[in-house]
Design a protein around this ligand. Structure first.
Ligand code: ADP
Length: 590
């Protein structure tokens, strides 16, 4: 319960709204319950006055006397029920809608690099399912829980006043029952959270499996994945069975102990009746209301399952909210120049340091190539310029201004991207290229596509530029996708270009066309490119060689070759391997 209260407090705090209305709703719900149980006591007072049932011999009440009272209670119950519903719903949504918005807003401000790290299925499930759990608890469950708890409390208060001995017998078993439930609850929390993690992992795997099915089947790995998924399903089944079996058992034990309270009451009441110390009507009142006290408590056990799920879901949402966001600068204007400088930059993914003391200048309107073995930190360096992450040490400037000083819009206006992993959307070719610059006219898009050597393949498509390219452009080849991404960047016409050149995986003709398109794109911009084929960067203004996160060499091609270091070694390796591609690439190299 303490966990639940803490979780609710965090939700309220994150929503930034006042919970007053929810509290009002809950208070009205209690009053409504008081109206609901009052008739029992009214009946008791009334019947007590009848000599046969009561202790007092004088019957002074008339049969009609309680009717107006009952009517009043009924009206009161209806009015407070309405008020409670209204306030609970409106108040809860007023909290949970901003809460959900806050989570989404926070996600939006997280470092872009974060999204590749976690399975999207997992994240989507947290944001939708867990947020729904929190919402349901606020809109429905809390009011039900308060109703369930207030009935026994209200009954108990009046019953104690009527006959404290019987009340003691009735309530004596409650602490034991709660202890049983609490023990079961702890057990569930541990088992349930393991099961939930398993669910999340499995849904992430399913998304990955569906997205990668084509590749998996091509490489004959689909069956292995299915076996892996089967393993996960089996584990979920075993865990669920365990949780249900234990859960069922412990709830039964809790109920049994509660019922024990009823038996104790019957024994004590019978004894006092025998001794003539108890009016029959009071005996009747206790026997009848015992179930009114226990029933809501039994229901409350079922609510606990949902509360637990909410507590766990809220913890996962809180985990997202606790992640530090990228600070948003407020500079809206373009910088005075477009050189990019790293000032003693150090960067780590968590505890893993991948860049050390990078201190380089990428000149304005020059071409800088980043080379190095796989895992050297090339992509990380490029991603830091795009603020996918912020470095832990040092700073990066654009035109002398710290990247963190720019608003993200202003920064991204200065940057064009052509990355290996081209993201396309299920729309027409025209729409996909126009993402480069919202509002660009059709003619401008056509021109960009021509310059990016896309027109030849677009014209062969059934509907030309209007052809829908399917989810993530699956109908297009790797080379075609690359060229569309170059057309986008051309249309955007940003002064700084970040390029992760990946022509190695496409055929020679495509390589040639991509090189041509890139040459056009790069002209007159500050270019930082990760080069996989060294042939293409022979004429770069500057080559920076990275190894294990450090700059080990820098200079022009000839000087680096003469230095006979890592670059010269890589060159010799590729010179032999890429000999057949040389002819074409040389014509278009930078
Ligand atoms: P390169 O582009 O030169 O191949 P990367 O910058 O991709 O190198 O990677 C540098 C190091 O950082 C590698 O050891 C890689 O495993 C690690 N790395 C890359 N991305 C992440 C990430 N998102 N989380 C943790 N480690 C990462």
């Amino acid at each position: 319960m303490a966990d639940f209260i803490q979780a609710s407090r965090r939700v309220i705090r994150a929503s930034g709204r006042s919970p007053k209305r929810v509290y009002c709703g809950l208070a009205f719900r209690m009053i409504e319950r008081a109206f609901a149980i009052a008739p029992y006591f009214l009946a008791w007072v009334w019947v007590s006055q009848i000599p046969l049932f009561g202790m007092s011999p004088a019957a002074s009440g008339s049969w009609e006397a309680p009717l107006p009272c009952l009517l009043l209670l009924l009206c009161g119950q209806m009015v407070f029920s309405y008020l409670s519903q209204m306030n609970s719903f409106v108040g809860s949504y007023a909290l949970t809608i901003p809460y959900r918005a806050q989570v989404i807003d926070h996600l939006q401000q997280l470092p872009l690099g974060r999204f590749g790290r976690e399975r999207i299925g997992h994240l989507a499930s947290v944001v939708t399912d867990d947020a729904k759990r929190v919402e349901d608890v606020f809109t429905h469950l809390t009011a039900e829980l308060v109703a369930a708890a207030s009935v026994p409390v209200l009954f108990a208060l009046v019953l104690i006043w009527i006959d404290w001995r019987l009340s003691l017998a009735l309530l004596a078993m409650l602490p034991v029952a709660f202890a049983v439930l609490n023990g079961a609850n702890r057990f569930f929390l541990a088992r349930g959270s393991r099961k939930q993690m398993l669910f999340l992992e499995t849904s992430g795997l399913i998304v990955e499996f569906i997205a990668g099915l084509q590749t998996l089947r091509l490489f004959g790995r689909a069956q292995a994945w299915l076996t892996k998924l089967d393993g996960y399903f089996g584990q979920i089944r075993r865990d669920s069975m365990g949780v249900e079996a234990w859960g069922g058992g412990s709830v039964q034990a809790y109920r049994l102990v509660l019922e024990g309270g009823g038996l104790l009451l019957l024994a004590v009441a019978g004894d006092r009746l025998d001794q003539g110390a108890l009016a029959p009507v009071t005996w009747l009142l206790f026997v009848l209301t015992a179930y009114k006290v226990f029933d809501p408590l039994m229901d409350a056990a079922a609510f606990l399952v949902e509360l637990r799920a909410m507590v766990q879901g809220e913890a996962r949402l809180q985990h997202i909210l606790d992640e530090p966001v990228l600070t948003e600068g407020n500079r809206k204007e373009a910088p005075p120049g477009f050189d990019v400088a790293f000032h003693h930059v150090g960067f780590a993914y968590g505890a893993k340091r991948v860049l050390h003391d990078i201190d380089i200048v990428i000149p304005d309107r020059g071409v800088t190539a980043i080379v190095g073995p796989s895992g050297a930190g090339k992509s990380s360096l490029l991603q830091l310029i795009a603020r996918f992450y912020d470095p832990q040490d040092g700073r990066i400037t654009l035109g002398g201004i710290d990247l963190r000083a720019f608003s993200s819009d202003a920064l991204y206006r200065q940057l064009g991207f052509v990355f290996q992993d081209v993201q396309l959307f299920d729309g027409s070719i025209l729409d996909n290229v126009r993402i480069g610059r919202e509002g660009a006219g059709d003619e401008e898009v056509f021109a960009a596509c021509r310059a990016a050597c896309c027109d030849t393949f677009i014209e062969k498509l059934p509907e030309g530029y209007a052809t829908r390219i399917g989810e993530n452009g699956q109908q297009l080849s790797g080379g075609e996708r690359q060229r569309l991404s170059i057309a986008r960047a051309l249309l955007k016409d940003a002064p700084v270009l970040l390029l992760d050149e990946a022509t190695a995986s496409v055929d020679l003709q495509s390589q040639f066309e991509i090189q041509q398109a890139l040459s056009r794109l790069m002209a007159g911009r500050t270019v930082v490119m990760i080069a996989h084929r060294l042939q293409t960067i022979r004429h770069a203004d500057q080559i920076i060689v990275l190894d294990q996160g450090r700059v080990v060499e820098r200079g022009k091609h000839e000087a680096l070759l003469a230095g006979n270091g890592l670059y010269a070694g890589l060159w010799r390796e590729q010179d032999v391997m890429s000999a057949p591609a040389e002819e074409n690439a040389e014509n278009t190299s930078i």
